[in-house]
Design a protein around this ligand. Structure first.
Ligand code: NAD
Length: 378
């Protein structure tokens, strides 16, 4: 059966859904792999590596002959109609925002799997692209902050004087936030963090950060994810965070609620109360922003209160794609592991009694299987 690897076409997307290593895995379970020429170029995987791993190169994929189409970014709404009915797609689906594509996938009777929907259970960790890509984003956002900060991260005691360590505050300590804490610690900063999940205090400490306990009643969690705070508690959280934000040299925000706009944690007033030269990196800028004034893909200078100097708000966009080589390595492995789960004796035959297969399925047999998306489309 044929698995096609598309060259990503969305602007700014540099990752690829297969690497030579993942091609070897797919060949090993009896699948044929067809790669679009140049698909891995931007991520540092030249065509020759795919050929050596046993793939066939083509100028343009013939979508109608594929059994599986693997991709990174959600497909365009025009693509499903070009696939044969019953073909399988595996990749990021962004079902909450890509409703036209979900509709088209159902119309074309495509069996689509969205990696965001992979259940967060131990057995499925090797297919969890949200985790693998958050690891990259959390690391990268610290580097983006460090490059813009007009100061060191570490403590320096020199003959010419002592430089104190930078103070880094991380809001949202999930996978990306914990990686940001670890990275900032490795660079020598003094790191503190806050999250609304009860379990996060120990996780923050395990990465070397100081947990800021705001004494909000811990938000309930569902499937490992936080639930939205009511507006009164959200307002209390902002008020209690304000002095910590004002003290930080670097603020990194990663807070998210699945399927919702990012929670607003930092107001324009809180930004203006920071020290001149401070840097904010908002990893949630693409989903509405944790920080008022953040613009995805841009650096926004905000004058500090009193008018001398400014704070820079970095609205992160395509964070994982900025480190396309390692991001692709991890992503491609997530994809090949899911395809392997769908394959039995060399045949793609999804077993919907398997909770990982059922949970990750977005559309099948002309229906939208993911209930929240089905309701949004109704
Ligand atoms: P996420 O990207 O959905 O959210 C990032 C963080 O923002 C979360 O920790 C969340 O609690 C936090 N947040 C939400 N609202 C907030 C607010 N108002 N203030 C401060 N923080 C707020 O989450 P994620 O990184 O995908 O991970 C969430 C949890 O799932 C973590 O505990 C992680 O360890 C767990 N997880 C489990 C598995 C697994 O079991 N297979 C895999 C990955 C992650």
């Amino acid at each position: 059966m044929k698995v096609g690897i598309a060259r990503e076409r969305r602007e700014g997307e540099l990752r690829v859904a297969a690497t030579p290593e993942s091609v070897r895995q797919l060949r090993g379970i009896g699948l044929e792999v067809i790669v679009e020429r140049g698909a891995g170029d931007a991520a540092g995987f030249p065509d020759g590596g795919y050929v050596d791993a046993g793939a066939t190169l083509v100028d343009t994929l013939d979508l109608g002959e594929l059994d599986v189409l693997a991709h990174v970014r959600p497909l365009d709404p025009e693509t499903p109609a070009k696939l044969r009915a019953g073909a399988v797609t595996v990749g990021l689906g962004s079902p909450a925002s890509e409703l036209a594509t979900v509709h088209a996938l159902a119309e074309a009777s495509t069996t689509s799997f969205a990696l965001e929907l992979v259940p967060r259970i131990s057995r499925a960790q090797s297919m969890d692209a949200l985790t693998s890509q958050s690891l990259i984003s959390g690391y990268r956002c610290v580097l983006e902050a460090a490059m813009r900060l007009p100061r060191f991260f570490p403590l320096f005691m020199t003959a010419a004087g002592t430089i104190p360590p930078a103070k880094v505050l991380v809001l949202g300590a999930g996978v990306a936030g914990l990686q940001a804490i670890g990275t900032a610690k490795r660079l020598g900063a003094r790191v503190s963090a806050n999250d609304v999940r009860a379990a996060s205090a120990d996780e923050v400490r395990s990465m070397g950060g100081t947990f800021i306990d705001l004494d909000l009643a811990a938000a309930d969690a569902a499937g490992g994810y936080a639930k939205e705070l009511g507006e009164d508690r959200a307002e209390l959280q902002r008020r209690l965070l304000a002095p910590h934000v004002a003290e930080a040299d670097v603020l990194i925000t990663t807070a998210a609620i699945p399927g919702r706009a990012a929670p607003r944690l930092v107001t324009a007033e809180m930004v203006a109360a920071m020290k001149p030269g401070s840097v904010i990196v908002d990893l949630a800028a693409e989903t509405g922003g944790n920080v008022e004034g953040a613009v995805a893909g841009s650096d926004v200078p905000v004058p500090v209160a009193g008018g001398h100097g400014h704070v820079t708000i970095v609205g992160m966009k395509d964070a994982a794609s900025r480190m396309p080589h390692d991001a692709s390595k991890l992503y491609a492995k997530n994809v090949s592991n899911l395809i392997e789960l769908l394959t039995h004796d060399g045949v793609i035959a999804p077993d919907f009694d398997d909770e990982v297969v059922a949970g990750a399925c977005l559309t099948h047999d002309g229906e939208v299987r993911h209930q929240p998306t089905a309701q949004a489309l109704a």
